[in-house]
Design a binder for this molecule. Structure first.
Ligand SMILES: [Fe+2]
Length: 204
């Protein structure tokens, strides 16, 4: 019988699930890699421990895993989603948690489940899937929400060019306290060049 460390098993699970996501939608998988790096950097910039920053890194890597359950035609639709499609799309955080849950006996996976589920919650309680507000939203979910937004806005799509980083930074500032945790939005905006430029370099 193969005996390997828990850490190695966790790495294999992450690699396998990421490869499955990449086979379904390469753009989303690459987005997850950039969000992973940026989440780690933001966690460190905010003074979290190395262990917590590593949780942020893997939570970022897996945050959109649930998009594996959404047809490519919806994921890459150049027009506005209809209500049925939007509902389907909004199911991805809970679906990602559902896919990961069988591995919840592994500590790192148990630690990231709440972040995967909560990365579309909003600080004002108007997000999904649970409508959590403020610090009831798991910390890693609040961190990912910020870097996810910046990457989504600045990323090139087949049907539109990504927006400049400055526009994304302005959005983080504008939505601080409504969509985003104001404390972590401020940390992001103070360290944004460090976080975003490292992220952009790695993605290049
Ligand atoms: Fe997402």
């Amino acid at each position: 019988m193969l005996i390997e460390s828990v850490r190695v098993t966790e790495q294999r699970v992450f690699q396998s699930l990421w490869e499955a996501l990449a086979a379904h939608d390469r753009l989303t998988a690459d987005h997850c890699k950039r969000v992973s790096e940026a989440s780690y950097l933001l966690a460190k910039a905010g003074g979290l421990s190395e262990a917590e920053a590593i949780e942020a890194k893997y939570a970022g890597l897996m945050h959109d895993l649930g998009k594996i359950g959404i047809p490519e035609a919806i994921l890459n639709k150049p027009a506005k989603l209809d209500p049925f499609e939007a509902k389907r799309m909004m199911g991805h955080p809970a679906w990602g948690e559902h896919i990961l849950r069988p591995f919840a006996h592994l500590p790192l996976i148990a630690a990231i489940l709440p972040a995967v589920r909560s990365h579309h919650e909003r600080y004002d309680g108007a997000g999904y899937p649970d409508g959590l507000a403020g610090e009831n939203i798991p910390l890693l979910g609040r961190i990912i929400a910020i870097v996810d937004t910046v990457d989504a806005m600045t990323q090139n799509r087949a049907y539109r060019k990504g927006l400049p980083l400055e526009v994304a930074y302005a959005e983080i500032a504008r939505c601080s306290g409504t969509q985003f945790d104001p404390k972590w939005a401020a940390i992001y905006l103070e360290s944004k060049n460090y976080v975003a430029e490292t992220e952009t370099k790695k993605a290049a």
